[in-house]
Design a protein around this ligand. Structure first.
Ligand SMILES: [Fe+2]
Ligand SMILES: [Fe+2]
Length: 479
């Protein structure tokens, strides 16, 4: 029972919205305190300080409102809210501590890039507003000329947006440095533009220009440096970490290749199906690919109990009681979660593995048990049911569908593409229908399920080296 709880309890922990507001309010209060101390040290009046705090409060409030409406899921996630709060607090305090370095120096890009890499694009873009206003407020404490805060704000705004969109292409550690360099170049131009606007002599601000571009690149290096810490502390599946997990030198992948080659081959096919389908509907394709690679690692405990690793003429289950067969097979989902937790894989990957069979019933062994039951005795269906949650994310649902479709198509004898289309449609329809209802807890829409079906058929056509006409979505009837 305790082991079952392990699998079941693997879900998303949520917090109430007021808690998220409290976390942002705490960052605002701490920043305001340090801002006040710095302002008093620089001889600013209480009225000046109140004005700065008011502007900062508006920025934080609008950030919270934006998150509430654009990224409600982020607000409910304790780890994402912690990452947002810590990132913002760190850059605010760094900016205050480095106040005297130079007007062009800004650490704000660290928060923007961290949030873009670890939370989501909405949060990163929204954080640019806080960072921009904070830059203006903080640099006005020491600025001798009025245009300096404006130059800093323009540089932060355009460099932040440039960094977020540069990171959109690929989110690896090296592209983070490239993104920071692009952001630095854009910041430099913005800073120079404001200086030209105010007819400032180049000799007076060339040093700030260097600091503007240099600090952006420095932010990229710092972001790459602290990413592993954030990944560990907050259990984040960044693209960089996911890409590392796809490496064939990874011990679990190596074991799969050597100890369960059939399962490895199956996992690679599931990954191809899941990745293409996820790309088609805009889900996290890389997370799907990694989830698919690892979804059956639990089979490593006893590979020969699974069809894909058996010899064609021998099936160990022919000698076993259907109850024992079912328990052996059901165990692979739980074993996978245990193994991946031990190897410290990201929680998002473990969730896919823990949900890839949902709470489905092993129909083959259940029917076998019913047939073997003496005098038509009742058979407990629970003993043939996976003790897990149904897929709770788009990625989990895609991997489940890809897994079922791959297994179903593999079991067919010399299928034509028409047979494959019909089989894929049947499998997906079965997962949706009321008796199975495997997709009811996932956020997939009807339109997305239809897209996934079309994508699977296209991938199977490629895998079977046949040209197939892409099915007309009108002809796909998913009920
Ligand atoms: Fe499985
Ligand atoms: Fe599988």
């Amino acid at each position: 029972m305790a082991k079952q709880k392990n699998v079941r309890s693997y879900g998303i922990r949520k917090i109430k919205r007021p808690m998220a507001y409290c976390m942002l309010a705490t960052v605002f209060v701490i920043t305001s305190v340090f801002l006040s101390i710095s302002s008093l040290n620089e001889g600013r009046s209480t009225i000046n300080i109140l004005g700065s705090a008011l502007v900062l409060l508006l920025a934080f409030a609008e950030f919270a409102v934006h998150l509430r409406f654009a990224s409600a899921e982020v607000m409910e996630s304790p780890r994402k809210m912690m990452m947002i709060s810590i990132s913002l607090l760190v850059v605010e305090l760094l900016a205050l501590l480095m106040l005297r370095v130079d007007a062009g120096f800004s650490p704000m890009l660290i928060a923007v890039m961290l949030l873009s890499l670890m939370v989501d694009e909405h949060a990163a873009l929204a954080s640019i507003f806080i960072c921009t206003i904070s830059t203006g407020v903080i640099s006005s404490i020491t600025a001798e000329a009025d245009y300096v805060p404006l130059a800093g704000m323009c540089a932060t705004l355009v460099s932040g947006i440039a960094a977020v969109y540069s990171l959109r292409m690929r989110r690896t550690r090296s592209t983070t440095i490239i993104a920071s360099a692009i952001a630095g170049a854009v910041a430099l131009l913005a800073f120079a533009g404001v200086m030209l606007m105010h007819s400032v002599d180049f000799a007076d601000y060339w040093r700030s220009l260097l600091w503007t571009a240099g600090s952006a690149v420095l932010c990229g290096i710092v972001t790459v440096g602290i990413m592993p810490l954030f990944e560990t502390l907050f259990d984040v599946a960044t693209d960089a970490r996911l890409n590392e997990l796809l490496n064939n030198d990874n011990p679990l992948i190596k074991r799969l290749m050597l100890e369960a080659p059939g399962t490895y081959h199956h996992s690679v096919l599931v990954a191809s199906l899941a990745e293409a389908a996820a790309e088609k509907i805009g889900a996290n394709a890389l997370l799907c690919k990694v989830g698919a690679y690892y979804h059956d690692v639990g089979k490593l405990r006893s590979p020969l109990y699974f069809r894909e690793n058996q010899k064609p003429d021998y099936n160990i289950h022919d000698e076993l009681d259907p109850f024992e067969s079912a328990q052996r097979i059901i165990a692979h989902q739980r074993d996978g979660v245990t193994l991946l937790t031990k190897h410290r894989l990201p929680g998002d990957v473990i969730r896919i593995v823990g949900e890839h069979h949902g709470d489905s019933v092993m129909v083959y062994f259940y029917d076998k048990a019913k047939r073997m039951a003496p005098n038509g005795a009742q058979v407990d269906e629970k003993q043939f049911r996976y003790p897990s949650k149904k897929p709770s994310s788009k990625e989990s649902a895609i991997v489940m569908l890809a897994d079922c479709c791959e297994a179903a198509v593999r079991s067919m004898q010399n299928p034509t593409m028409k047979d494959i289309q019909a089989k894929v449609h049947d499998v997906i329809a079965h997962k949706w229908n009321k008796s199975d209802a495997m997709l009811w807890h996932s956020p997939l829409t009807f339109a997305e399920i239809r897209e996934i079906e079309g994508s699977f058929i296209k991938t199977f056509a490629a895998l079977h080296h046949e040209r197939v006409e892409y099915p007309d979505l009108e002809d796909i009837d998913v009920r």
